[in-house]
Design a protein. Structure first.
Lengths: 227, 191
């Protein structure tokens, strides 16, 4: 159970997909024009990721390793098409908003990345926890970016006006360059925060290694050694 | 050898299951997706054309075959149980691709009941102005044939957006042709 919680929560902060692992940036940049489309895209990825992790973990022992990528892709592509059909049937306005980025979930590197790096090597319940955690982290990040861009770029949040009267929206924030600006500033702020935290810890005399430039996620060997 | 057989078997099994699930899902959602698409894409334009219909033009739609083998959805507008108008969607070629137009007709005197734009990829701020009231208001009540002023008619094109305006007229023209072809059948269907 402990392990389950650990796998679940790592995606929420420690290995937050778009901001820590920098995975799946295509939808992060493209569909975060508003908080609601961010949350919609996030939910779609959450659904696909959890189910694909679960299925892949279930069949991991019968898949020959030479064709594993083909199998993973087939499973995730099936789920993506299922999401697309369901979204068309039950949430058509959202589908119109997300457009081409729904089918593109299949090439989102988070899906294949988690399948290859985690689900193919771990039992089903841990794979589900990993998918849920990563998916929730992804949804949170997209909603966060979408909120910032919508508030600054349109003066609304989930469609409700939140800024004062006479506020002039920065239209650039809802255009493509705004996505890069927002992502860059968010990453900078997060790295600055992590850096300060580590510096503080090492000043207090703990046995931490010197801070690494990437903020100490477990995605690379440098960060992993530190745990 | 054994591993090759296993590979083929596993991959075929996974693909087969995937294909089966998806075709099942597609079948079960098809009708719902169609009505959703009609509600959110054609729906607003149709309601704009038939503002005072007693019925729901989308729910009462029928599909008719055309002479050239295609089929087309026709949306009727009723008042006190009598057919007053029909609407159908046709496409013209605009500046950025296909331009979908819902064209409504008054069946009593063969005039236009109005038109509404459904889908377009025109230049924002230029071609998209064909969706504005100033352009669309020229159509309700207009007798056939409908032509742009350039072509000897009396419809003013949106200035600066001649291609988009012509795209709309192209769609209207083909809608008129379909309407003329189907009219006897339509009157037969909804009495």
């Amino acid at each position: 159970m402990n392990r389950f919680m650990q796998e679940l929560t790592k995606g929420l902060w420690k290995e937050l997909p778009p901001f820590r692992l920098l995975l799946g940036l295509c939808p992060v940049l493209a569909v975060t024009k508003s908080a609601s489309s961010g949350i919609g895209m996030g939910m779609a990825v959450l659904f696909v990721l959890t189910l694909s992790n679960m299925l892949i973990s279930m069949v991991r022992n019968i898949i020959p390793s030479k064709v594993r990528i083909a199998c993973f892709i087939t499973i995730s592509a099936t789920l993506v098409v299922a999401v697309e059909l369901l979204m068309q049937a039950y949430a058509y306005p959202l589908y119109l908003q997300l457009g081409i980025f729904v089918p593109l979930i299949v090439v989102n590197c988070i899906i294949l990345g988690r399948a290859e790096a985690f689900a193919a090597k771990n039992p089903v319940h841990l794979a589900i926890a990993d998918g849920l955690g990563m998916g929730l982290g992804f949804t949170m990040s997209l909603t966060f970016l979408g909120s910032i861009r919508e508030i600054l770029g349109a003066g609304t949040w989930f469609g409700h006006p939140v800024m004062w009267d006479g506020f002039q929206p920065f239209t650039i924030m809802v255009e493509a360059p705004g996505a890069f600006l927002c992502l860059g500033l968010t990453l900078a702020a997060m790295n600055y925060g992590t850096h300060r935290q580590i510096m503080k810890k090492s000043r207090e005399g703990s046995e931490e290694l010197p801070a690494s430039p990437c903020g100490g996620c477990r995605a690379c060997a440098m960060g992993r050694n530190k745990d | 050898m054994k591993s090759i057989v296993q590979m083929i078997l596993v991959l075929s099994l996974i693909c087969g299951t995937a294909g089966f699930c998806l075709s099942y899902l597609k079948m079960t959602t098809a009708s719902r997706i169609e009505s959703q698409a009609l509600t959110f894409v054609q729906g607003p334009a149709i309601l704009e054309v038939f503002r005072d219909a007693d019925n729901s033009p989308i729910n009462d739609r029928r599909t008719f075959p055309l002479a050239d083998g295609r089929t087309i959805n026709v949306f009727p507008s009723m008042k006190k149980g009598k057919l007053v108008g029909v609407a159908l969607e046709q496409f013209g070629s605009g500046y950025g691709g296909d331009l979908g137009v819902v064209v409504g007709f008054n069946v009593a005197n063969d005039t236009l009941a109005g038109i509404g734009i459904t889908t377009m990829k025109e230049t924002a701020g230029v071609g998209t102005r064909v969706k504005e009231h100033a352009f669309l208001k020229q159509f309700p009540g207009h007798a056939l044939p409908v032509k742009l002023r350039n072509d000897g008619g009396d419809i003013d094109a949106v200035s600066g957006a001649t291609v988009s305006s012509k795209g709309v007229m192209g769609a209207v023209d083909s809608a008129v042709a379909v309407y003329k072809e189907l009219k006897p059948l339509l009157l037969e269907t909804w009495k």
